[in-house]
Design a protein around this ligand. Sequence first.
Ligand code: NAP
Length: 474
Amino acid sequence: MHYIDGNWIDSDRSFDITNPATGETIGSAAEGGATEASAATEAADRAFDSWAGQTAYSRSETLYTAWRLMTERSDDLAQLMTLEQGKPLKAARNEVKYAADFLLWYAEEAKRVYGETIPAPRPDQRFLVMRQPVGVCAAITPWNYPISMLTRKIGPALAAGCTMVLKPAEQTPLCARAMFEVFHDAGVPAGVVNMVTASDPVPIGTSWLTDPRVRKLTFTGSTEVGKLLAGQAAPTMKRVSMELGGHAPFIVFDDADPVHAAKGASLVKFLNTGQACISPNRIYVQRSIAEPFIATLTERVAKMKAGVGSEAGVSIGPLVDQPSIDKVDRQVQDAVAKGATVETGGRRLTEDGLDRGLFYAPTVLSGVTGEMVIHCEETFGPVAPIIIFDDDDDILAKANDTAYGLAAYIYTRDISRAWRIAEGLRFGIIGINDINPTAAAAPFGGVKESGLGREGGHVGLDEYLDTKLVGWSV
Ligand code: NAP
């Protein structure tokens, strides 16, 4: 069902939702198009003045209520996410907690949208700067984090006084629907948040991007689609926020503890089965510690259990669809043909009923070089490619040699080196001996072709605010 103007709208057309771990159909979602998209914009536009006109305290209270309800329903939301997206239940619970944090954080930040006064050049003049909501915002979200990618946009938009129309990924509309039930039950007024589901995103995107009433697009997904949508947003000069792909370097210097670094790499690389934009895609290890690093990483990865996410002990879920598993396998085969060694994994898993889903064995590849496709293409799967380096002088150039610029990781105990490398990396997020540099309070986003703008933190609110100058003669 779509959610438009505070109502659940059914459709005579629907599409099936499949559990990627079992291939089973678990439900269906309404097939929307340009008509529903336009109705959603109409509702969001109508609701805007009244929502923007509420006090910050009132909007904050609504967000607190949504956060409380979401927290009460967190176990159901996590179970649904595991069923629909495939990630293990523990990871789904972590995501729901992370997602709820955005509602709480922006319930707090709603009250801190400050303006300023500025000294003016004339004695009889005063300058006042106001911050006002940008208007109706369109959000298009991906399947890999099907709940947190919603709250990371809806939280700040609502706090700022914007209204929203949203299209979730075709693979995960049930998670989106469950979140819109939260907003409905929390008393978010009709028209303030609206959702249209579809298996074909194009008519909806086109409707929103060509509609002058929509003043902003906030998109999370691939760089390819992000570029297309940014182009479509240009003729009506919409503001855009883009959270796109990544190709994160993970650099382990010779003074790091190789066992600790390998543990970090195993945790962050295989998070969400590698289907994360901040997933390390190039693991650079300095030669003198490469052997213990590879041995520890391989030992940990070989023990990881793939399977249905609700089963105990499972830490590797399925890939989302057939093209994704084909892409991972193609990258691995290309690397092997060009001389890489498979330390563990390196194949699709089909035993013990795994053939019903789309499982790829968690894989460690050593001997990876710059000629291999995996070295330059986002993998989005459970493969850790290891590149050995000797000279720390050219590691920055190697790490920066990509069109992407989202996350990068460094392992070192040398504080000068950590500072120098962190400064030189052209990425938006740097982890220094840290594999989880993300939180609702922290700005998340990339540079170069990884995106524009930031989500989270107090700067995340700026994305939904216009700056207005009032000059005054006294
Ligand atoms: P995607 O193919 O770009 O899809 C993302 C969203 O865009 C989906 O809702 C999709 O709808 C929609 N879409 C696709 N083509 C469209 C069009 N022509 N007009 C309007 N909407 C369109 O990306 P994905 O495969 O779902 O997600 C994986 C990518 O997201 C990776 O590259 C990953 O790095 C990136 N990502 C980035 C972040 C970040 O914060 N930087 C976070 C998570 C993921 P359908 O589902 O209906 O196709």
